[in-house]
Design a protein around this ligand. Structure first.
Ligand code: SAH
Length: 234
């Protein structure tokens, strides 16, 4: 796959312009020249072959030569709600969620969690989403939703048929679940401090199934990725 670049404005005609970090990457890291061929994506599901026409100081103009719809999405929608850890582990989780095909990540506010990312932090995470999509070939961006309180999220997803809560208390393991999860699943992983009994009970009362991921205590990001992986397979 040739080098991929993300364009913020949807590509309509045969011209596109890269700005910001994408232009920087192409000009200074790739040391692009006029005529160089690259692949562009704009988050719409399409992929574009383009050639560099003009290199500015902080922007690059390109001529779009061809377009094709390239689907690298999962056949099932996976929504991952998670009380995000901090720092590098948060970034790691977001990157891997993109690679594995999660469609939406919802940062959860729970009783025992550290504060969820504010606006600026969410913007930074969006950059992580773009970087990961460039690398893994996804042409749709994983959405990062605004942080939500756990009870509100339970309410908002009340009508979804498959909702799984990763919980350390004894529960079914995802593989033990014989019935197919269907074409959309909602997954929730608690914070480093764990769910409170009340939080878990609230979910169960609303129809969530608890799932176990084994006898060891996994870190938030490990639990999230294991659960997502299960759902990409069956
Ligand atoms: N001390 C906490 C540990 C939380 S681990 C507690 O007792 O709950 C962080 C989150 O990862 C948990 O809330 C749960 O959602 C998930 N998790 C970690 N290990 C798990 C396991 N073995 N099975 C299911 N979920 C797990």
């Amino acid at each position: 796959m040739s080098e991929r670049f993300f364009v913020e404005t949807p590509i309509r005609g045969d011209r596109a312009t890269l700005t910001g970090p994408e232009a920087h990457h192409l000009i200074h890291v790739m040391r692009a020249r006029q005529g160089d061929a690259v692949v562009l994506f704009d988050g719409s599901g399409w992929e574009f072959s383009a050639a560099v026409t003009d290199l500015g100081r902080g922007s690059v103009d390109l001529h779009v030569v061809a377009r094709r719809e390239v689907d690298r999405e999962l056949s099932r929608e996976i929504v991952l709600a998670v009380a995000l850890p901090k720092g590098q582990r948060q970034k790691y989780l977001v990157e891997k969620a993109v690679e594995l095909g999660v469609i939406r990540l919802v940062p959860l506010r729970t009783k025992r969690a550290v504060a969820q990312p504010d606006r600026t932090a969410l913007e930074r995470l969006r950059r992580t989403v773009i970087e990961a999509s460039k690398q893994c070939g996804r042409n749709r961006l994983m959405e990062i939703a605004p942080p939500q309180d756990w009870p509100d999220f339970i309410e908002a997803t009340r009508n979804e048929s498959c909702r799984l809560l990763a919980h350390l208390a004894p529960g079914e393991s995802p593989e033990a679940n014989s019935q197919s999860p269907g074409d959309k699943v909602i997954l929730a992983v608690g914070p480093e401090g764990g769910w409170t009994d009340e939080e878990a009970a609230l979910a169960v009362a609303a129809g969530w199934r608890t799932v176990s991921l084994g006898r060891r205590v996994l870190r938030v990001e490990t639990a999230a990725l294991v659960l997502v992986t299960w759902m990409t397979k069956n």
